[in-house]
Design a protein around this ligand. Sequence first.
Ligand code: FAD
Length: 292
Amino acid sequence: MGTAYRVCKDITVHMNIATEPSKAVAALPDAQIVTEVQHYTGSLFRFRTTRPRSLRFRAGEFVMIGLMGDPDPANGKRKPLLRAYSIASPTWDDGLEFYSIKVKDGPLTSRLQHIQPGDQIILRPKPVGTLVHDALLPGKRLWFFASGTGIAPFASLLREPQTYEDYERVILTHTCRETAELKYGADLIETIRGDELLRDLIGDGFADRLTYYPTTTRDDGPKTGRVTRLLRNGTLFADLGIDRMDPEIDRAMVCGSLGLNTDMKEILEGFGLREGANAAPAEYVVEKAFVG
Ligand SMILES: Cc1cc2nc3c(=O)[nH]c(=O)nc-3n(C[C@H](O)[C@H](O)[C@H](O)COP(=O)(O)OP(=O)(O)OC[C@H]3O[C@@H](n4cnc5c(N)ncnc54)[C@H](O)[C@@H]3O)c2cc1C
């Protein structure tokens, strides 16, 4: 399902859209075909691939994806070069979407950033993860706290009907260094608000229960400052008309840098929320957006 994304005039966006290639031959083990690529900045892009028929996942989970590595100089053999990636598309989508960093000299992303529609990537169809509804106890308000590419699992959860069936209010905060890095999330929210399929699935007015709160740390974006600071000094609550977080009402998922995750754990526990897991659901869950 190739979503047409709006091209913003102040940001360079290169978009290549291909429909499912009819003659694509999957030569790699676990190969999937790239169907669409969109670059946002020099360090961020999204892409879509075909989805294996057998792949079932829960919104918020991640899989291992990658490319074949260079030949080993000793024996000439090539091994897959795989990294963890959150699935950004919802479970009902025919294809898969990923949102990626481009790390300079990164073993995978220095190459992955050059993929084009029709190319193949490797996808190991074994989804796992803690950012899932099953790891949270029932609540009324669901918070998604993301930094950088940590928004990816929430892009899936935000398009999942269960999110709006289970919660009265859904709040996404996304913190990046610069405004240009917010575009993926801003486009996502705009698409969700206007999506007729989601409205049919979830019901009229569902988008009114969704709050988007983007912040930047290095330029004058819509709101300046780390979300952790805005939480600690009460600005976030004042802006949203919420008194404070309450373990009876609030549930939270956190995905970002080690700094965000560590600080958010302390803040959430300060409000009385406890960390949950698949086997022991509680009030909040955390997952790192990358290692390092
Ligand atoms: C559970 C999990 C889910 C992940 N989901 C995603 C995802 O949806 N999208 C994504 O782009 N990456 C994601 N990552 C990170 C991803 O696995 C790779 O690290 C990334 O693609 C870079 O690969 P690389 O081989 O080029 O560089 P690597 O050798 O893997 O990383 C080199 C260095 O780059 C930095 N880095 C890596 N990834 C990021 C990132 N996403 N944001 C900022 N800095 C980073 C770190 O400092 C790291 O030490 C996830 C990681 C984990 C553990």
